[in-house]
Design a protein around this ligand. Sequence first.
Ligand code: HEC
Ligand code: HEC
Length: 255
Amino acid sequence: MANSDSTAATAVRVLLMVVPMLAGTASAQSQAPAQSDDVKAGQFIYERSCVNCHGPRGQGDGVAAPQLDPQPRDFTRGLFKFRTTPSGTMPTLDDLERTVTHGITGTAMNQWSELSAADQRDVLLYIQTFSRSGWKAGTPIVVPPEPAFTIESARRGVQAYALLQCAKCHGETGRGDGPSAADLKDSWERPIRPADLTIGSRYKRGSTPLDIYLTFFTGLMGTPMPSYAGTLQTPQDEWDLVHYVYALSQGRPVQ
Ligand code: HEC
Ligand code: HEC
């Protein structure tokens, strides 16, 4: 009797565990507060296009995740790499849209150009519901106008690269082989390598001077790549450093 009782109890427990996994839809709905029609539409798209990697509850643990490096993003912690907003804040809908339309170079995160703009927006509103601390987008930074790229500007940037110790991770020549490179971990305690700055086509965000400025100024949250907001004195100093990294990314020696 006691035996069959506990067997039944175990069966129920197993069912309770399995059912929400199979029916991620129902459980996500019951956890979330009232959802708008857009969010519901987004959930439908998510379960068709994103769930295999990002997981039924957005924890980055979809069925394909174990095979991937880097792993799909866990959306529950609100840590996003590609923002126009300051470090410590969440991205805007436009930032997320850009990731979805461009994909993330060198990773399993594809471009989703086949999704209409409305579908993209809906799915992104849905992934925001996974964040445990709610969702509040930061205010985009104001990027100072870019002075023209010149070799002199890039050369001046070498000093800022040394001053801010970018070489600790990215190496003296930018190849991603600095003294700390082998020991870096991301916010999920997974090993992560600094980018090889000499190959612009592999930059995840992109390698235009504006892309590099945003990476430098806002950092890549969830990774050891910090934000350098306010570390240099003038916008010209900032752009000099950006121009140096840009020259590196194009394989153009400046010294
Ligand atoms: C084949 C696997 C895969 C699929 C499918 C996938 N992603 Fe991703 N996604 C990834 C990986 C891997 C990353 C992390 C890349 C990194 O950290 O460099 C990622 C990261 C992201 C990020 C984080 C961007 C940032 O700023 O940090 C967003 C947002 C995102 N995906 C949205 C989506 C949406 C929306 C869908 C469905 C339309 C989707 N993904 C489908 C693999 C996938
Ligand atoms: C503590 C280590 C560390 C330091 C110091 C550091 N970075 Fe990074 N950086 C990283 C890591 C790790 C990545 C890769 C993140 C990823 O792949 O998600 C990265 C990526 C980048 C990227 C590529 C972004 C992309 O789109 O793929 C650029 C550009 C960059 N760093 C510039 C700099 C500059 C300039 C400095 C100095 C002002 C600097 N980094 C200092 C760790 C560091």
